[in-house]
Write a protein that binds this ligand. Structure first.
Ligand SMILES: Nc1ncnc2c1ncn2[C@@H]1O[C@H](COP(=O)(O)OP(=O)(O)OP(=O)(O)O)[C@@H](O)[C@H]1O
Length: 323
């Protein structure tokens, strides 16, 4: 369904000059520095897969998605979506893909959400019956009725994301590219978006490539992950395999009223650190559950505050490559 063969993308930047007339001299400088945003990446994704595309900031995720969706041309390599090139067969690819950039909306800022949908209906030439069917389905799945008449600029971030997802699915594309669709959302809004994405992947068999910095998105949605770093593909594996390699490290931090009386360590806890009244417990979710730890925590003293922290993508990648 999605094929990339040795794709690369370089950007050429003019290094800033120093001294008098620096900006003017930069403007006329022939000196250029190459940034290899994507460096010889190949993968193939089957119809119906839900793949996480992860990596630290600046790894090349957005650049890949922009090439897959035809916004950027690869400097090298070939891309095929259902056999078509996003750069050469723009019309065929546009009908087969939906793209969401979490940081940006594709809707018209000052228009009510419904008007944006109608413009998209005309742009994608969606017939009335198919449009009504899609609207009925997404209104129910995403509760759009709450804000269909509201201008996009007045929506909350969670509402805007629901509207963007519906907009991108109106023409019923089999492939979705989602670049950070949960960024900036609160827990409730994230849960809702995840449930929706799971539903469209399972029931409508949409093929989804998702970039995210949120490990919970990955854990709850993606069976397969592709990890990139510095523009290169580092790993293409199942989530289970990644779990086997690095475990699922988590951290609980407890602030006690008095220094706690720690008893023998529980199996599954990797290490505990006590700094004043604050206890940090590093553990592997696959070996011990958080409720078991919380039960023990309450026996060791009087907790004032408990915080649970999941590792970020950066931490996961560091753990993957530790010696
Ligand atoms: N238009 C551009 N011009 C110059 N350099 C760019 C451009 N777009 C991206 N880059 C550079 O390419 C590299 C990859 O950027 P990209 O946005 O693809 O990373 P990312 O993995 O999506 O990062 P993030 O998680 O921060 O969104 C970075 O070094 C970035 O600065």
């Amino acid at each position: 369904m999605i094929e990339t063969a040795h794709i690369s993308k370089s950007f050429f930047l003019t290094p800033p000059k120093e001294g008098p007339f620096a900006s003017l001299r930069s403007l006329f400088s022939r000196e250029q520095r190459e940034v290899k945003a994507v460096d010889d990446i190949s993968f193939s994704i089957e119809a119906g897969e839900f793949v996480g595309y992860i990596g630290p900031n600046g790894a090349g995720k957005s650049t890949t998605i922009k090439m897959l969706s035809g916004i950027l041309h690869p400097s090298q390599g070939e891309i095929r979506i259902d056999g078509y090139s996003p750069q050469k067969d723009r019309i065929q690819v546009a009908s087969r893909i939906g793209v969401v950039f979490g940081q940006r909306t594709q809707l018209w800022w000052d228009l009510p959400v419904k008007d944006s949908f109608e413009i998209l209906q005309a742009m994608y030439k969606i017939d009335d019956r198919a449009y009504r069917r899609a609207m009925a389905m997404y209104q129910e799945l995403l509760d759009l009725h709450e804000f269909l008449d509201t201008p996009v600029r007045k929506l909350s971030l969670g509402q805007r994301m629901r509207a963007d997802l519906a907009a991108t699915l109106l023409h019923d594309p089999p492939v979705l590219f989602l670049d950070e669709p949960t960024i900036g959302l609160d827990v409730v809004a994230k849960t809702r978006i995840r449930a929706f994405l799971k539903e469209v992947n399972e029931t409508q068999k949409k093929t989804i490539l998702l970039t995210t910095h949120d490990m919970d998105d990955i854990e709850q949605l993606c069976k397969r992950i592709i990890v990139i770093n510095h523009g290169k593909k580092m790993m293409d594996t199942s989530l289970d395999d990644m779990r086997r390699q690095i475990g699922l490290p988590s951290l609980i931090q407890v602030e006690y009223r008095q220094p706690p009386h720690l008893e023998a360590e529980l199996p599954g806890i990797e290490r505990m650190e006590l700094a004043g009244n604050v206890l940090s417990i590093h553990f592997d979710k696959g070996k011990i559950s958080s409720p078991r730890i919380l039960a023990a925590v309450a026996n060791w003293g009087e907790p004032l505050d408990i915080q649970m922290k999941e590792p970020g993508i950066e931490e996961i990648i560091r753990l993957m490559y530790r010696e």
